[in-house]
Each structure stands twice: as C-alpha cells, then as structure tokens.
Design a protein. Structure first.
Length: 278
C-alpha cells in the first residue's frame, strides 16, 4: 500500500505559492496504480483518499504505523465509489459486487477490507475516502439507483448537473464523512458555481470521465485571492475549509466530492457572489 502526505497551510502563505508549489501541496496525481492501493493522507481534518486498482491480484487495506492502529478502520470510516469496471469489495467476510457508479460505506472497527476484480470484466477502479470516526455505523451498499439525486444548475449557465449523495444523512449514517458524485450534463462545464466555502469542513474533489487531452481549471483559494489549478483525468485536489472549490472544464466531466469536519449538513455553506470573486 502506497501513502503520500500533505500538510496544512495557512491561506496567507498559499497566496504566495507559484504553480509548481500549488500542485505539490494540493494535487494528488497517482490515484490509480495497477495492483496497488494508492492513498494520500492530508492533515486537513485527517482525511485519507485515493484509489484501489486490483488488476491481477486481490488488494488488502492495511493499518500500521502510518495510522497508529493494527487495522485501517480501527478508528476510521470509509466511503467507496466504483468509477470503472466491475469488482468485489469484501468487508469482514461479506462480499459486495460493484459496478461503475455503485457506492459502499464501511463503518469503524471493520477488521478486513479487500478489493478484487471479476473474471471476464474490466479491472475495477475503486475511489476511496476515509475520515477519523468515534462512533460505529453499519456497512451499507449504495448502488447508484439508491443514491440521493439532486439536480442543480441549468444549461443557460453551463452548469446543469446531477449531484448523487451516497454517504450522506439522506442515504446512510456516518460519523463525519460525507461523500457523493456529481455528473455534468453534455455541454455543461462549470461545477459549484456560484461557489462557496465552508469553514466547518474540508473537501476533496476527484475528477474523472475526462478525455486524455481534456482539462478542468479548478478554482482554489480564498474568494478574494483565488488561484487556478489545472486538473487532468483521474486526479484529486484538496480544498481546505477556507478555500473555494469550483471548476470549469474544456468539456463535460464527472467528479467525486468527499468532505469531513464537524457538520454534515449539505447546504451549510457560505455562498460567494460571483461578482465578489477576485
């Protein structure tokens, strides 16, 4: 299992970062590595995120010194969304067959979690997000048909999209993790605009379903001191609680959002008027 780390930054420091440093501190590029679990540990709310890509062998989520626990979920909870192929997640002996768009919540104190492919199907890519947890909640399988859809935006403003809530109070209980997927309609390129911040929780965006030559211009920073970070397919970016998180693509795309902090209320945010952005 491969693990990278990202440390917390003060917004007054970040406004002095050049492009190279912004990318080093906030982007996680190697989300999927064949036959590997590739994770990033950010000190923003101690969230861990990344991917499991079992191609020729079964992969096991492990604990150890990096997490100060014998197993990964001793003091954590986990959200999973399959973004490609078909495969199986096994949680303490129970198998969950997953295809693209299916989600799974696994609660604290689950001892063993493994990922594997299915014979005759494309190798699956499982996107993972985990947060510290102090309470135990049951494991819940969430196929996309049972995710909670919310339609937002409109074609006239190029942001018609459907937000699918997976790990969310409307669907299943969790300690502090909230997780979902946003699918933009054909011809729409903007996500989360008008934008917002939420001081009570951080957020990670993972962009995918993009062509190799496509890009998303991800908006980052305080509303009065914004920066852009160019994202390619299957890359993730960290947004601290003080940062906006929005983006415009060269074409439509899909992204997974995962949040952790002290508040799970989806609409608890500080909206920023577009004319006030700088």
């Amino acid at each position: 299992m491969k693990l990278e780390r990202r440390y917390s930054e003060h917004p007054d420091d970040v406004k002095h970062y050049d492009t190279k440093l912004l990318r080093e501190r906030f982007i996680f590029e190697d989300v999927f590595i064949k036959d590997e679990i590739s994770l990033c540990y950010t000190h923003s709310d101690r969230v861990v995120f990344g991917g499991a890509f079992p191609e020729t062998k079964k992969l096991t989520l492990t604990g150890g010194k990096d997490f100060g626990s014998d197993t990964f979920l001793d003091r954590r909870e986990l959200g999973i969304i399959c973004i490609y192929g078909e495969g199986t997640v096994n949680a303490d002996g129970t198998e969950y067959k997953m295809k693209k768009g299916d989600g799974l919540y696994i609660g604290k104190e689950t001892k063993e979690v493994t990922f594997s492919g299915q014979t005759g199907a494309p190798s699956p890519k499982f996107y993972l997000a985990s947060a510290p947890a102090h309470s135990v909640h049951p494991t819940v399988f969430i196929p996309i048909e049972k995710a909670n859809p919310r339609k937002l935006g409109e074609a006239a403003t190029s942001n018609a999209r459907t937000i699918y809530q997976y790990v969310h109070p409307a669907v299943c209980q969790s300690c502090q993790l909230v997780m979902g997927m946003t699918v933009l309609e054909e011809g729409s390129i903007w996500n989360t605009m008008p934008c917002h911040t939420h001081e009570r929780r951080m957020e990670v965006y993972f962009y995918f379903d993009m062509a190799d030559d496509a890009a998303v211009f991800h908006m980052h920073g305080k509303p009065e001191e914004t920066r852009h970070i160019i994202m390619q397919n299957e890359q993730a970016v960290i947004s601290p609680s003080w940062s906006i998180h929005s983006g415009a693509g060269t074409s439509s795309y899909t992204f997974i959002w995962a949040m952790a902090g002290e508040n799970q209320t989806f609409d608890d945010m500080d909206t920023v008027k577009t004319i006030n952005l700088r």
